[in-house]
Design a protein around this ligand. Structure first.
Ligand code: MSP
Length: 508
């Protein structure tokens, strides 16, 4: 049996979740649902990143101890993911004992293997990034991402010998051309490596909110170093419930483009230093932009965007859960940046959901009522729609398999369009009741049944609703994709109710 272990980055708990975080998590969720439907043994991990200066400062500002603050904010992420119907198998918090145990075991191994040493670090620090910059990489003394002044820091730190992995990383990239996708992002990571790798400081003495270094109690691990290891904590690295061998060769990290260096350079090197193969694949996504800018807490603070307007939970109340999921999956190809706007959601909703999908289901139910006394006919096996459905199933599966929910959905909407066109061409509403009308409707119902299966990873509730509306029992996902998408399974003979519109049109 194939396996699929998918992870999102773990989210900082300095503030509430926003739609940029939801973008990443919904994509990971749809991928996990696709693989489950496809019969793969699947594990889907998400969680919260709770150490570091940024979180400690947020806690202080709110008058709470860091852990009490993290408890509150981590819950807000879980609530948002519940609202968005995210089917994670595990939610990790970096303040959990299991994570302390794995981090300490993993890094002790790297230390024992001779890749960690002590030195003095001087650099320009950005708290928002939790990262150092050099004079050259800074933007006139400011952070190139957050445009905030950088702080000069000097500390005695433990260092990781990243420089020892330059050749090994290059060889790894050469031998695994699809290690990072899309390839434009792979090239970006590769050029970091080719540009030369300096050793990196991995501990702090200036802050206390972190995981203690087991061999030096004056230091805690730098937040990124603890955070990356979460992917191994969740599969039991170094603990009794160790399932690393089972899952690690099938691991996929979905990450945003600004954290490529951590995941595609540091992390594989750390794994090598611990004597482990790197993660098997990193899929990079772009940013969701509002008016051309990345969503961030800083922007909200400056008042240029009200994050409350784009909080995931609020969006689900305004537009519905599955419409938001659909928009996030369909609008932008993973890897590119995409624009986020309420107008954009409304347009997708009215066109793709209300006009195309909703209308298809409604008009078929209406003609079954008016021409077949409400009883569904069964499909005519040699329909022209049969080939369209087979083609959509092939193309959609191919899209999902290459981490492109957008392509999977495009193929699905192709079939919806062809089924609508098929109805237009045959105009069963103009026919006399009888065999001819039954053939047309039976075909359309079978195509709708297949559409319900195809949309299940993206819109789980709508898929089930359509399944029920056309009179089918059980769960749409009770059988695997290959079985469920074979033409000719709709039996007919049962009643179909017209019901309320699936997607009532929204005001533009
Ligand atoms: N805690 C680190 C990740 C550690 S993983 C070992 C972190 N957290 S974050 O909360 O700042 O960001 C988490 C993810 O959200 C990143 O992949 C980031 O790209 C994504 N997004 C944050 N804003 C975004 C958009 N506006 N659009 C799309 N994704 C964005 O980095």
């Amino acid at each position: 049996m194939a396996r699929f272990y998918i992870t999102t980055p773990i989210f900082y708990v300095n503030d509430a979740p926003h739609v940029g975080h939801a973008y990443c998590t919904v994509n990971a969720d749809a991928m996990a649902r696709w693989h489950r439907l496809n019969g793969d043994e699947t594990k889907f991990l998400t969680g919260t990143d709770e150490h570091g200066q940024k979180v400690a400062e947020a806690a202080e500002k709110n008058g709470l101890e860091p852990l009490a603050w993290a408890d509150q904010t981590s819950k807000r992420f879980r609530d948002a993911w519940d609202a968005l119907d995210i089917s994670y198998d595990d939610f990790i918090r970096t303040t959990e004992p299991r994570h302390y145990e794995t981090v300490q075991k993993f890094l002790t191994k790297v230390y024992e293997n001779g890749y960690i040493y002590k030195d003095v670090y001087r650099g320009l620090y950005c708290v928002s990034c939790e990262d150092y910059y050099t004079e050259e990489s800074a933007d006139a003394g400011k952070c190139p991402i957050h445009a905030k002044p950088l702080t000069e820091m000097e500390e005695e730190n433990w260092f990781f010998k990243l420089s020892a992995f330059e050749d090994k990383l290059r060889e790894y990239y050469d031998a695994h051309p699809d290690f990072v996708t899309p390839h434009t992002k792979r090239n970006e990571a590769y050029s970091f490596i080719k540009g030369g790798l300096k050793d990196i400081s991995i501990t702090r003495t200036s802050i206390k909110w972190g995981i203690p270094v087991p061999w030096d109690d004056q230091h805690v691990f730098y937040v990124w170093y603890d955070a990356l290891i979460n992917y191994l904590t969740a599969i039991g690295y170094g603990r009794e419930d160790d399932e690393v061998e089972k899952w690690w060769p099938h691991s996929h990290h979905l990450i945003g483009k600004e954290i490529i260096r951590f995941h595609c350079v540091w992390w594989p090197a750390m794994c090598m230093a611990a004597g482990l193969e790197p993660v098997s694949h990193v899929q990079v996504h772009g940013w969701l932009l509002v008016g051309g800018q990345k969503l961030s807490k800083t922007m909200a603070a400056e008042g240029s965007v009200r994050l409350a307007d784009i909080a995931p939970v609020q969006l689900t109340t305004e537009f519905g859960v599955d419409p938001i999921r659909y928009y996030l999956l369909r609008e932008t190809s993973l890897g590119n940046d995409g624009d986020f706007s309420h107008e954009g959601i409304t347009a997708r909703y009215n066109t793709d959901l209300a006009n195309n999908l909703g209308n298809l289901v409604a008009r078929v139910a209406a003609v079954v009522t008016s021409k077949c006394e409400g009883v569904a006919p069964s499909p005519y096996v040699n329909s022209t729609l049969r080939e369209s459905a087979a083609e959509a199933v092939r193309t959609a599966a191919e899209g999902w398999n290459r981490f492109s929910p957008q392509a999977g959905l495009e193929a699905t909407w192709g079939l919806i369009g062809e089924t609508n066109a098929y109805l237009e061409n045959h105009a069963p509403w103009k026919m006399e009741p009888g065999e001819e009308v039954e053939i047309v409707l039976g075909d359309a119902l079978e195509a709708i049944r297949i559409v319900a299966v195809l949309i299940a990873p993206a819109m789980p509730s709508v898929a089930q609703e359509i399944w029920n509306r056309i009179g089918l029992s059980g769960q749409v996902t009770d059988e695997l994709f290959a079985e469920r998408t074979k033409w000719g399974q709709f039996r007919g003979g049962h009643r179909i109710e017209k019901g309320q519109p699936l997607f009532p049109r929204m005001a533009d």
